[in-house]
Design a binder for this molecule. Structure first.
Ligand code: 1CP
Length: 372
């Protein structure tokens, strides 16, 4: 406890708390806005750093990770949050799996988990401080570099999404290897999900103690599951994390933190109902992808949970007028939805976006999300 308070006191005071207020359910004067993958390949300054450093070198070197996190904040004064530069696949690495980042293919895990016997290959009792301490260092450094401009978000992948990478050996179109685990080995799948979830929770707690002011769990492949599989496998593993994080923080006298769950594509009414009560799920905010209507989602989730989203990432290819029209249209709908709204894209920003179009998008959100 003392250590956490010491660390917190060493940071400059926060000047923009819109994100944190919206995450507590406040209908803020305008929507706080940030963009998933805002530090990334659409920024020339990011590509410049990547010329001389491999992807995981960027993640594992605190000064580089911090520089990359601050790049979009330095460029766009209209961003209301930063997210630490890292990747969800550092958890499989901590569990002992090799992960490569191949320029054209994305992540590759050369020795995937083929059957339950392979669970034995994973490290037991992962010490996150030892395996992933670089992330905590990067967070502390970044809080200093932010000078209180905006809050810093910590994150991890959700167990199902990480299990998918660990069983597929990389990205996938069909998810046949990982999903066949759920049919063939339901019990062992749950065991694997729990092993992953424990590391996720420890990693999130470590990020908070290092200075993260909000958290997000990325379940990018939740939409590959049937509603039944989501409820049976992904959901319990995801809420295990949030409850574990919140109970550890409570035990050490921490004042608590808001957590967002981005379960991309998990859009069935029954799934929304399952995620509707933060007291049950431990998730204060749900991230929505662009395929759903915020008002319709509100009907399913009620008013206890806050929402984040959900501009179509391709709107950023729509030109100035197209971006403005769409931000105006969707913001009007969002303003009718009750509770906290954090504006974001419905998935990560893509590499070919022009940086000035991202800037224009942020300006439009500031303008049209204003409540009168
Ligand atoms: O060569 C490069 O520079 C690789 C590009 C890149 C970047 C910039 C990857 C590879 N990861 C990242 C950073 C990253 N990844 C962040 C940084 C913070 C920020 O948002 O600015 C975050 C939050 C992630 C999270 C992440 N990684 C997710 C969840 C979010 C999502 O987009 O769904 C996933 C699925 C990954 C795996 C991953 N890492 C990288 C790629 C290309 C992928 C996806 C590959 C696939 O489609 O399977």
């Amino acid at each position: 406890l003392d250590k956490w308070q010491e660390v917190e006191k060493s940071f400059p005071p926060l000047k923009n708390d819109l994100l944190l207020r919206a995450a507590k359910g406040e209908e803020t004067e305008r929507a706080p806005v940030w963009v998933m993958r805002q530090a990334g390949r659409y920024l020339p300054e990011f590509l410049e750093v990547r010329k001389s450093h491999s992807f995981f070198e960027c993640c594992q070197t605190p000064s580089i990770a911090s520089t990359l996190t601050l790049q979009p904040i330095d460029r766009y004064s209209k961003l209301d949050a930063s997210i630490i530069f890292c990747d969800i696949l550092v958890i499989p690495q901590a569990l002992g799996m090799e992960v490569l980042m191949e320029p054209s293919k994305g992540p590759v895990l050369p020795k995937p988990l083929i059957n339950p016997d392979d669970i034995k290959r994973l490290n037991k009792n992962v010490n996150v401080e030892k395996e992933l301490g670089y992330l905590f260092e990067a967070i502390t450094l970044t809080r200093k570099g932010l000078l209180g401009r905006v809050p810093l978000i910590g994150f991890c992948g959700a167990p199902w999404t990480l299990m998918a990478y660990m069983c597929e050996g990389g990205g996938s179109k069909t998810f046949e290897k990982s999903k066949s685990w759920l049919y063939k080995y339901p019990k062992e799948s749950k065991e694997l999900l729990r092993i992953i979830a424990d590391v996720c929770a420890d990693l999130l707690v470590g990020q908070v103690l290092a200075g993260a002011q909000m958290l997000q769990v990325f379940d990018s492949w939740a939409g590959e599951l049937t509603p039944y599989q989501y409820k049976e496998f992904a959901y319990p593993a995801s809420i295990y994390i949030s409850h574990k994080v919140k109970s550890i923080l409570k035990q050490i006298g921490h004042s608590g933190i808001a957590i967002t769950l981005f379960a991309k594509g998990a859009n069935s009414p029954s799934t929304f109902k399952l995620l509707s009560d933060p007291l049950i799920t431990g998730y204060d905010t749900l991230g929505l992808d662009w395929t759903v209507d915020p008002l319709e989602v509100r009907e399913f989730v009620g008013t206890k949970v806050n929402l984040q989203g959900n501009f179509d990432p391709t709107v950023l290819y729509g030109g100035k007028q197209g971006i403005e029209n769409e931000v105006k249209r969707l913001s009007e709908i969002w303003k009718k939805a009750k509770g906290g709204w954090i504006a974001n894209l419905g998935h990560g920003i893509t590499p070919n976006v022009k940086p000035e179009d991202m800037g224009w998008f942020l300006e439009c959100v500031h303008k049209y999300s204003k409540r009168d």
